[in-house]
Design a binder for this molecule. Structure first.
Ligand code: 3PY
Ligand code: ZN
Length: 631
């Protein structure tokens, strides 16, 4: 009752008290629990044991080797890194420091893009948490760890049933020395559509507060107008605004004139003028060829005075060669992943790049033995997530034809299977390239890439050609995402939309030409928190409010799961994905110093109502839970 009085007090709700401690220490505000934590957790384990996990082949829990976590040297003081440079000298001080480095700097994407691109973003905080402090100790010289944003936000709530903000806070606590980097889809934040400006500003402010230092901001159509609010919000937060140009086309192909070298140089100049601290070249599909990388970086270096950070995906197998040429041309920072989480649709391997550059003037300042040790951990952890691998076994040079982003490949393949087009995957890839052409050759990156993918599936499924679309389009009910793109809801592409196609898709309606954010009403966060407080019957953090503002349905579904099962992020990943084997005993640390011992004793026969009783021992005491068998 005391807490209820506090959290319902007007000053509290309207934010007149400094309540940021609720955001960082929500555990202080846990209200009396209706069903005990142990039983909730057993319900989850019973359920996943009987019914399996979505997207994971149902099978007896495999036996995994315990991941090789490197021993922490507890006596060693943490080694200050780029985070201390930012905190002490500000964003401009950090930028100057970057410019002074002779060695090429590395970002490690293992905690975000690498698993987004290889394992459908499914790596859980539990696995990141265990390697966080060793990573901080072994790799203190990295420019940054990319560990948040992109798809991680949505996937955490939706599939992993964990709070993405907790991931950020948990890792920040364990990694005090290296900059944390996130991928921000400008006006689309970490979602698939434009949000009101105040949501973008609130999201940036709270992400900075929770621990993000470098915001890589991109617009899915390279529309600078769509990036300005986010760049300004990051500058206001005192953090680093890394503005990205998404690379598409081929600057060295004389027949692809739409995105030529001047296009990139002009965009770089505009981003510099808009307040960027660092310029990123975001080669999301891995289309930047080695010689083009040399040319692009050289010319950009002559065009702007910002440090340049290059991102690629190794789908074609040319990644290391591309980076080597970019390094020769003077690129300041490149994105790499630990070797066992690198290659193919992921980033090029940091370990391999180290050897490629060893002995040169720009050899990265990183300990190769540390890279190898950490790679062993990821080799082990990756095995948990085998079911989410794309099945790509070797470099695919065909990416230069279809131009699909690394993070989209396995997703679209799943989408194709889900609509019964798994066996026509080759056609879907080919159609993806044709749709791009039909759309006027647009930048393809989340969310514009999803629209191209949706249209490709739609056309293959309905056996439509480009001519059919143009000639019979008036009668065709196009996917919502396609209509929204052509309405201008994601912004404006370079060169505008193809007019004839646009009028066919919009069926006579007028498209937007202004920034969508200008037309959207602000979200009233005070009212939103009150509503959530009523619905969830618990204190609501600013993080919860943002989760809801970005993904209302997904967030509420996550909250329901928390009610039903409690905080299941504490479970180890094999148990989370596969449940338990009969007779198996596991330990679950539910909070620091508090461990539950769980044993699965037996599973009862299915009863007439389709339920089974699952028998456990919890800390030696017999417990049973009733589980509905969905099979
Ligand atoms: C994302 O937006 O999630 C991406 O990784 C785009 O490349
Ligand atoms: Zn990427």
């Amino acid at each position: 009752p005391f807490l209820e009085n506090v959290v319902k007090h007007e000053n509290f709700i309207t934010g007149q008290y400094d309540t940021s401690f609720i955001d960082t220490t929500p555990e202080l505000f846990i209200f009396p629990i209706r069903k005990d934590r142990g039983t909730k957790m057993l319900s989850y384990i019973g359920n996943v044991t009987v019914n399996g996990f979505p997207g994971v082949e149902k099978k007896k829990k495999p036996v995994f080797q315990k991941p090789r976590v490197p021993a922490l040297d507890v006596k060693k003081e943490f080694q200050p890194g780029t985070k201390q440079i930012l905190d002490q000298h500000g964003a401009d001080g950090l930028v100057n420091w970057v410019k002074d480095q002779k060695s090429v700097l590395l970002t490690d994407t293992t905690f975000r893009d690498a698993h987004q691109s290889l394992l459908a973003t499914r790596v859980r905080t539990n696995d990141l948490k265990q390697i966080a402090a060793p990573t901080s100790q072994l790799l203190p010289d990295m420019f940054s760890y990319e560990m948040w944003g992109g798809a991680t936000f949505d996937v955490a709530y939706r599939f992993l049933k964990e709070d993405p903000w907790n991931r950020l806070l948990t890792l920040r606590e364990r990694i005090p020395n290296v900059l944390f980097q996130m991928l921000l889809r400008a006006s689309n934040a970490v979602g698939y559509k434009n949000y009101p400006d105040n949501v973008i500003r609130e999201f940036v402010e709270k992400s900075a507060f929770a621990g993000i230092d470098v915001f890589r901001i991109f617009d899915s159509l390279n529309w600078i107008k769509g990036m300005e609010v986010a760049i300004d919000a990051v500058r206001q937060s005192g953090k680093i605004a890394e503005a990205a140009i998404c690379y598409t086309g081929d600057i060295d192909d004389p027949t692809r004139t739409k995105y030529d070298i001047d296009y990139y140089k002009n965009m770089a100049k505009e981003l510099e003028a808009s307040g960027a601290h660092i310029l990123a070249i975001k080669d999301m599909a891995g289309l930047l060829k080695p010689q083009s990388a040399y040319r692009l970086i050289s010319e950009l270096k002559d065009t702007v005075s910002l440090p340049i950070h290059l991102h690629t995906h190794d789908t074609s197998g040319n990644g290391i060669y591309t980076y080597a040429r970019a390094v020769e041309a003077g690129v300041d920072i490149v994105d790499t992943a630990l070797s066992t989480m690198s290659g193919l649709t992921s980033q090029p391997s940091a370990n391999t790049l180290y050897y490629a550059l060893k002995g040169t003037e720009r050899e990265p300042n990183v300990n190769i033995d540390s890279l190898e040790t950490l790679s062993h951990y990821w080799e082990d952890v990756r095995k948990y997530y085998t079911d989410f691998e794309s099945g790509m076994m070797s470099p695919h040079s065909e990416v230069y034809k279809h131009e699909m982003p690394g993070g989209q490949y396995s997703n679209l393949q799943q989408q194709a299977k889900a609509v019964g087009l798994g066996h026509r995957w080759e056609e879907v890839k080919d159609m993806y390239a044709r749709v791009n052409h039909l759309f006027g050759d647009i930048v393809k990156v989340t969310p514009s890439s999803k629209v191209v993918g949706d249209m490709a599936l739609f056309m293959v499924q309905n056996d439509l050609s480009e001519t059919d679309v143009l000639e019979k389009g008036e009668k065709i009910d196009f996917p919502d995402s396609v209509v929204e793109l052509f309405e201008g809801s994601l912004g404006q592409p370079h060169g505008g939309f193809p007019k004839e196609l646009q009028s066919v898709i919009l069926k006579g309606r007028n498209p937007l030409t202004v920034r969508p954010g200008e037309l959207l009403d602000d979200v009233d966060f005070t009212a939103l928190k009150e509503k959530l407080f009523e619905d969830l019957e618990r204190p609501v953090t600013s993080f919860d409010a943002l989760g809801y503002a970005l993904y209302p349905k997904v967030f509420m579904e996550y909250a329901r799961t928390m009610d039903q099962f409690g905080d299941i992020s504490v479970l180890d990943t094999p148990t989370f994905l596969f449940g338990m084997r009969l007779g198996e005993e596991i330990e679950v640390e539910i909070e620091t110093g508090k461990t539950l011992i769980v044993k699965l004793v037996s599973i009862g026969q299915a009863q007439a109502d389709g339920t089974r009783i699952v028998y456990f021992e919890l800390n030696g005491q017999a417990r049973e839970v009733v589980i509905k068998d969905e099979s």
